[in-house]
Design a protein around this ligand. Structure first.
Ligand code: HEC
Ligand SMILES: [Cu+2]
Length: 344
């Protein structure tokens, strides 16, 4: 599915100057004594502690557009992971206790970014975020308005309640709405395409984005009374996973493993190491009966906005719209065995 994001200039970064020095604690003396005197750039030191001990210090920084700034992250307790988004592509990887990693950035637009931890460091890990404000020296009061999100707007207009509760046991095995008796095979679905009548809706990517697989299944059932439901389920599994570039999926998998797997589980089992610390159970993406009730646009909105009172964090200030769509595409691969993968 093609995603149209009209605002590529959001990527305001002009140069990612050189980068990432991992320094052992012994080198700190050199860092702190010598560096400020010789460095041409503005240096900002940011200390890292688990959120219950303060998280980022400072938690908000302001930098000037056009002026190189070096951000120097030092962990004072446990291993953290440092990334900055949205749209900067900056991920410094792990910062171990006593280690310092730095990056020099020059921004060419005013804007607001988030530096955040993407390694599970503590139960409050996902609260570990800081705000980086880029200001225009000629117009220091100007803050670009938050980018409006057409997809979330459309959901509001449609009257979809993103925070609607699922029925009891959502994503868990009791009382599945749909009888799914075998693992979903997109390959099997692809092999059946020749013998299936596809209603116009289900081949329209925009329709698929705003409808649940069960709705497609219903249309397919009406158009193909000769087919079994199990076969049609595989056709739907194929349709929902067919047009994503493998590279998009791989990039999304990296984001998922760093930012989501701690709660939702590496394979979407809802069984990550932090799963039992959340107010609600993380949903189980690997459960086809659960996912068949979900709409891509609602998954997207949930990722960007988070879940009120559930401990599902919001990621709208960390990821671009494209990255969020890629994550949605990735979530659909969790309950489905993809076509042309595994044994031929
Ligand atoms: C701190 C734990 C935690 C992390 C990290 C986390 N989630 Fe969640 N997530 C949850 C919980 C808990 C829920 C259940 C909320 C509910 O019942 O609606 C949830 C719900 C969701 C839903 C909504 C499903 C639905 O319709 O109810 C989506 C989509 C989702 N997560 C995607 C993600 C993605 C993608 C990431 C990583 C970028 C992520 N989550 C990271 C805990 C987490
Ligand atoms: Cu962390």
């Amino acid at each position: 599915m093609r995603i149209n994001t009209s605002r590529t200039e959001l990527v305001a970064l002009v140069s990612v100057g050189l980068i990432v020095l991992g320094l052992p604690a012994a080198a700190l003396g050199y860092q702190y004594w010598l560096r400020p005197a010789t460095a041409p750039t503005h240096v900002i030191d940011i200390d890292l502690r688990v959120p219950q001990d303060g998280g980022f210090a400072p938690e908000a920084i302001t930098v000037t557009m056009g002026e190189p700034v070096t951000l120097r992250f030092a962990s004072l307790d446990v291993t953290h992971g440092i990334a900055i988004g949205p749209g900067l592509g900056v991920d410094l990887g792990h910062v171990d206790p006593g280690q310092v990693k730095e990056i020099t950035l020059t921004f060419d637009h005013p804007g607001t970014y988030t530096y955040y931890c993407n390694a599970w460091c503590s139960p409050d890990h996902w609260r570990m975020r800081g705000t980086l404000q880029v200001i225009d020296p000629d117009n220091p009061g100007f803050v670009p308005p938050a980018q409006s999100d057409p997809m979330i707007q459309a959901l509001i207009v449609e009257g979809v309640d993103i925070d609607a509760k699922h029925e009891e046991g959502h994503g868990h095995d009791d009382d599945p709405a749909l009888e799914i008796t075998r693992p979903l095979s997109a390959q099997h679905g692809a092999d059946l395409l020749d013998s299936v009548t596809l209603p116009d809706e289900v081949i329209d990517p925009l329709w698929r984005r705003s409808h649940a697989p069960t709705q497609a299944l219903e249309l397919l059932g009406t158009a193909n009374p000769q087919m079994t439901q199990a076969d049609l389920i595989d056709v739907v599994a194929y349709l929902w996973t067919a047009d994503t570039a493998p590279e998009t999926i791989l990039n999304a998998q990296v984001l998922y493993n760093k930012n989501c797997a701690a709660c939702h589980g590496q394979y979407g089992g809802g069984d990550g190491p932090a799963a039992d610390t959340t107010a609600e159970n993380p949903v189980i993406f690997a459960d086809p009966a659960f996912m068949f009730e979900m709409r891509s646009d609602v998954l997207y909105a949930k990722i960007r906005r988070g879940g009120m009172g559930t401990d599902m964090p919001n990621f709208g200030t960390l990821f671009t719209q494209e990255e969020t769509w890629a994550l949605v595409e990735y979530l659909w691969t969790l309950p489905v065995q993809l076509a042309n993968q595994g044994e031929e």
